[in-house]
Design a protein around this ligand. Structure first.
Ligand code: ZN
Length: 566
């Protein structure tokens, strides 16, 4: 049956759609240029020049040639030359956007090149909705404006792909093959006929609503989807996933209830976040499809909640959050949160409140206090890392309020994350032994670069374990460099405050080959403050001096040896 549908699919879009979208790319044009010999009457001689043709005005004109320097980036093919724009006296070359000096249209310069193919001036994808043999088909077309070498313009349209819906089943069709070329990336080879794809895929994807050509309600009723509200869904928002919407609709027709109560934006947001295979798509939407009342579908307490959520433009994240916590939080509390403290990471609030039976406002108030205490250094990530380390270290039943809300978050965070790092590290200690030995040797060699200022000091990372703890405490990924540090491809240094030499502060990556600081990162990859930047510069100067001294020392050494030999 699907084969009959595919055979009956249109091979071109409706004429009106073609004409409509042709207008969308009307203003995109090129100027095709090529080398020529031209007669210059003032000089009374023929010499090299450039012939140009504008696809907007159709004018042909001769311009001064512009040759690139041999080492210039643009001297690569397709053209080692361009021409001088008589309007601005600036050079113009392949790929550059400028204004046609004769008609004033925005154009792009294209060199004629050696190929015999037409130029693609512009490409535009649009979609049409059809009823074919009782199935609903959403098809995507590729409209191209092409120019031949003489600047003659024409429009072509090619079938691309689409999604087909019939009853509770859906199919994917395609009319091109993807071809991979290491130089140009993926290109499409259009086959000119529709073919069923073996696996399901959303072929239409996210599109601007205006790129779906308007269709009659008739199309929906003839394909027996008269109640699907696809048209309403598309018309209410700027961008949407029409095929994904239908995919959900054929399994759960009550999705249209959400569209009908003005939640199209929310539905689209949920569709946008969907990942996964066809069979479990709807499971990830956070919608209770067994219900039919919109507020129950969204797992809210009442119709009033739904009205409030809509009035205050709850996005999907807030709505899901409220749905999860509606027993311990009122929607007014959520509103208050959303109004003032929406910077809080909802996931951490989620972990703490759901696992420890704590009121949401308690957590928020605690985080506020810590924020006041630590100012800009405060980071919700710090709290999150602390809680996750805590969960690893202590049995959930033994975690108390004091554990959850320590007076001095920073200190508790540091000790908990370090303890957890230690435990994790010991688990794989055996394999790391060899690497650790190498790192110790490296550190001994790099120890000559130790340096200190009044407040700060810098030392090479002494061991594999220290590197692990550093990355874990500072919540960054320095431990990934362990291998390359061990085998000498890079060097890792620790910057410490002199009064707290044990506490990780900033981690610096240094290239011995180029005598250069590659990166310098603090907690959660934060950039260093001025004091640390200045210190690192000072240190680099010191290192450079040391290296020079050593080189000079060596060369005098070898010279004196030569003398001795002579
Ligand atoms: Zn022109």
């Amino acid at each position: 049956m699907i084969n009959d549908i595919i055979k009956a699919l249109p091979t071109e879009p409706p004429k009106e759609a073609f004409e409509h979208y042709k207008e969308c790319i009307r203003d995109q044009n090129i100027i095709i240029y090529q080398s020529t010999m031209a007669y210059f009457p003032l000089e009374d001689r023929r010499r090299k020049a450039v012939k140009c043709k504008c696809t907007a005005c159709g004018d042909e004109f001769i311009e001064e040639r512009y040759d690139f320097q041999a080492d210039c980036f643009y001297s690569r093919p397709p053209a080692p030359f361009g021409f001088i724009d008589p309007r601005t006296n600036e050079p113009v070359y392949e790929g550059l956007d400028f204004i046609c000096p004769y008609c004033g249209s925005p154009v792009r310069a294209r060199h004629i090149s050696g190929t015999h193919k037409d130029f693609i001036v512009s490409e535009y994808f649009f979609n049409t909705v059809h009823e074919v043999n009782g199935a609903l088909c959403i098809l995507c077309w590729c409209l191209r404006k092409v120019a031949d070498k003489d600047g003659n313009v024409k429009h072509t349209v090619t079938m691309c792909d689409g999604n087909i819906f019939k009853g509770k089943t859906s199919y994917t069709v395609s009319a091109y093959l993807k071809n991979y070329n290491p130089y140009t990336g993926y290109t499409a080879i259009y086959q000119g006929y529709w073919r069923k794809q073996s696996y399901w895929e959303d072929k239409i994807g996210k599109v601007h609503s205006c790129d779906i050509f308007p269709f009659d309600q008739e199309v929906l009723s003839r394909s027996r989807y008269e109640n699907c509200k696809l048209d309403k869904f598309i018309s209410k928002i700027e961008e949407c996933h029409p095929a994904l919407y239908m995919e959900i609709y054929i399994k759960h027709p009550n999705i249209e209830n959400l569209v009908m109560c003005g939640m199209s934006r929310l539905v689209e947001e949920k569709l946008s976040s969907l990942r996964g295979t066809k069979s479990n798509l709807s499971k990830n939407m956070g919608i209770d499809f067994k219900e039919s009342k919109p507020y129950k579908m969204l797992r809210l307490n009442s119709k009033t909640d739904l009205l409030l959520a809509r009035r205050y433009r709850f996005n999907n994240e807030w709505l899901l959050f409220y749905a999860d916590f509606k027993d311990s939080v009122s929607i007014e509390e959520i509103l208050e949160l959303k109004r003032s403290k929406c910077t809080y990471d909802l996931r951490i609030l989620d972990i703490v409140t759901s696992r420890f039976d704590v009121r949401l406002t308690t957590v928020v108030n605690y985080l506020d206090k810590q924020k006041k205490r630590y100012g800009s250094k405060y980071n919700v990530i710090m709290y999150k890392d602390y809680i996750s380390a805590l969960l690893n270290l202590i049995d959930k039943k033994e975690i108390t309020k004091e554990h959850l809300f320590p007076k001095n978050l920073k200190t508790q965070h540091d000790s908990a994350t370090q303890r957890w790092a230690q435990i994790q590290y010991e688990q794989g200690a055996e394999e790391k032994k060899a690497r650790s030995l190498q790192i110790e040797k490296r550190a001994a060699k790099l120890a000559q670069f130790c340096y200190q200022s009044e407040n700060l000091l810098i030392t090479p990372c002494p061991s594999d374990k220290a590197l692990f703890i550093e990355g874990n405490t500072l919540s960054h990924c320095v431990y990934r460099y362990s291998e390359s540090y061990a085998n000498g491809n890079t060097a890792i240094f620790f910057i410490r405050k002199k009064d707290m030499p044990e506490a990780p502060y900033f981690t610096l990556e240094y290239s011995e080959k180029d005598n250069e600081i590659l990166q310098n990162r603090g907690y959660d990859n934060e950039a260093p403050p001025k004091e640390v930047v200045v210190f690192a510069k000072e240190w680099l100067k010191y290192v450079t001096k040391l290296i020079k001294e050593k080189q000079n020392g060596k060369s005098t050494c070898s010279k004196s040896k030569q003398h001795a030999n002579a």
